[in-house]
Design a protein around this ligand. Structure first.
Ligand SMILES: Cc1ncc(COP(=O)(O)O)c(C=O)c1O
Length: 404
């Protein structure tokens, strides 16, 4: 039966972990944990520990007990949730969006990203994607038989975007730019200049911008600008967000799409067949999280501590380079002087019993890097201990290679 699949899908064998097949992720994950491996390769806040705030748990239980819990919401989502999302956008980005016209709630943002691209992309369309990037966004483009065109982000340019190099990639087939902002895996918060470059190109060539904002809740030193808030960009931008990362509610599976009336006119029309509807109880609990988001301050404090620890511990190793993470709870580490990243990931699992991601999975520019998820485990010290174990292995490799 596999031979009947589209060739674009057949390329997707294999997963994020170097030694784990994608179809086998659930099982291997458990097996690794049972073998005492610290799992720092899955961007799931505080996994595997208990982390749900009590007011959200209470709301969830209350919702389950209500008659509505076993019924569908509208395919476009719970209206109260759409209202609180609009309030957040007004407060955070100064953008006025209308709950009835500009928002669709989705089962997580992965499906939202697919839905955001699907109405636009067809065979031979070109999509510019700054890389290294969240792999799913690259895969979506390929699954739609369009062609990803890589904008290679450079570490020595702080992974920012320059207009001339961006414009050089535009052809008469270019239809879309997909931006993960802040970026996963590099944690980059795109600067005003980078976003202005994108805006200029989008407007000049009449392109669509899909902006994946799954990590937009925690940005540290740098100002976060939402591309949809820039002049004339709302009509061109489809913004995709999630409660998984910032609110630590990944298992609730709630994401959302924000777009202009003209785009939503079509998307609302097909929401019933594409989305169906998102989990009713999860949406009610998400309203509570938006209304009382104070718990996120503690999350942020913890991630801030962890990124400084990672910076301190890993930067001390000869041949290892790490910039202070700019957002969220990831660390993007340059290990290229020590050898190829796949071998290094394997040694980290075998010798330190810590699973991290091989940078090659994040597209061109990812080679020679590893991604570490600092946001796992509730206890900061568990993460610090795992980082120290990893550091011992990396120091050993540096010694073996004679790097000082
Ligand atoms: C950049 C980015 N976008 C989107 C997602 C999808 O998250 P969810 O479907 O849980 O909203 C992820 C998950 O890892 C991510 O890293």
């Amino acid at each position: 039966m596999k031979s009947k699949m589209k060739k674009e899908f057949l390329n997707f064998e294999g997963g994020l972990f170097s030694e784990v097949e994608k179809a086998d992720v659930g099982d291997s994950y458990t097996k690794m944990a049972e073998a005492g491996v610290a799992l720092m390769g899955w961007a799931d806040p505080f996994m595997p520990d208990f982390s749900i705030p009590s007011h959200i748990m209470d709301k969830t239980i209350e919702a389950i007990k209500s008659p509505i819990s076993s019924h569908y919401t509208a395919p476009t989502g719970n209206m109260e949730l759409r209202e609180v999302i609009c309030s957040r956008f007004l407060e955070k980005y100064g953008v006025e969006i209308i709950p009835e016209r500009n928002v669709i709630i989705t089962p997580g943002s992965d499906s939202a990203l697919f839905f955001a691209m699907f109405p636009f992309l067809q065979k031979d369309d070109e999509v510019i994607i700054p890389c290294p990037s969240y792999p799913n966004n690259m895969q979506n483009i390929k699954m739609m038989q369009a062609t990803p065109v890589v904008y290679k982000l450079e570490s020595n340019n702080d992974y920012q975007i320059e207009m001339e190099s961006l414009e050089a990639l535009v052809t008469d087939k270019t239809k879309m730019i997909v931006l993960t902002h802040p970026n996963n895996p590099t944690t980059t918060v795109y600067s005003k200049e980078s976003l202005e470059a994108i805006r200029t190109i989008v407007l000049k060539y009449n392109l669509v911008l899909v902006c994946d904002q799954a990590f937009d809740d925690f940005t540290f030193e740098n100002e976060y600008i939402a591309p949809m808030s820039l002049p004339d960009m709302f009509e061109h931008t489809i913004t995709v967000c999630s409660i998984s990362k910032g609110m630590g509610l990944s298992g609730y599976r709630v994401g959302y799409i924000i777009a202009s009336d003209k785009i939503m006119d079509v998307m609302y029309g097909c929401a019933v067949s594409v989305v169906g509807a998102t989990n009713t109880v999860s949406q009610i609990a998400a309203v509570e999280a938006f209304k009382h988001p104070e718990f996120m301050e503690l999350f942020e404090k913890s991630y801030d501590y962890r990124r400084h620890q990672a910076y301190k511990i890993l930067n001390n190793i000869p041949g290892v380079k790490l910039k202070l993470p700019e957002s969220g709870f990831l660390a993007w580490v340059d290990v290229s002087e020590l050898g190829d990243s796949s071998t290094i990931c394997k040694r980290i699992v075998d010798e330190a019993k810590v699973a991290v991601n091989d940078g090659v999975n994040y597209g061109p520019g990812g080679e020679g890097h590893i991604r570490i998820v600092l946001g796992v485990y509730r206890d900061n010290e568990v993460v610090v201990e795992a980082l120290e174990g990893m550091a011992q292995v990396l120091n050993k490799i540096a010694l073996e290679k004679g790097i000082k």
